[in-house]
Write a protein of this length. Sequence first.
Length: 188
Amino acid sequence: MDHTKHSILSSLQDKEDDVDELKYSAEDFDSLTVADLYDIEIAMQDFLNDINFENSKDNKVRFDEDTYDFNINGKRRGMFGKGTRAVMHAIFTICFAEFLSRKGNPFIGFVVLDSPLVTHFDKDRGGSLSDVNSVSLSDSFYHALIKRDYNFQIVILENKGPTFQIKINDANKIHNLNKNGSSGFYPV
């Protein structure tokens, strides 16, 4: 390992040690109000409508205080398949980050989503488990992200990207780690 990488890793380890020494209690953090949750529900509804979730442009999202989870179109999130739950979790993460940044609350300034679309497939198209990552949903998801103007960065690590060409500019960057037969962050 060269000296630069070693010093970076050492610096990160020192910061990790500093964080480990901090002690917090629940009272140290702001709580979300009913109005805050409503804002997040509306943002999630808009995102679900943009991706035409369940072939609908009239999706409803409600936070259930008993289960501390969201109901989508009257159905508990946990009742959906794992692929759909992953998509919903990604949407919540983005909407929550947007809420935090818009309100000026503490926020790291970026979101990292690890494979939010890979396990989802579109049953209406006759998909099967071998057809993971439906084109319609993943493309709709990417289109919805691109059309929005976020003031934070969203990093998506995904096995399969959109089927359409994304205009590369200051707001949209793509780094393909599967070039030349290699895959992943670390060379084999």
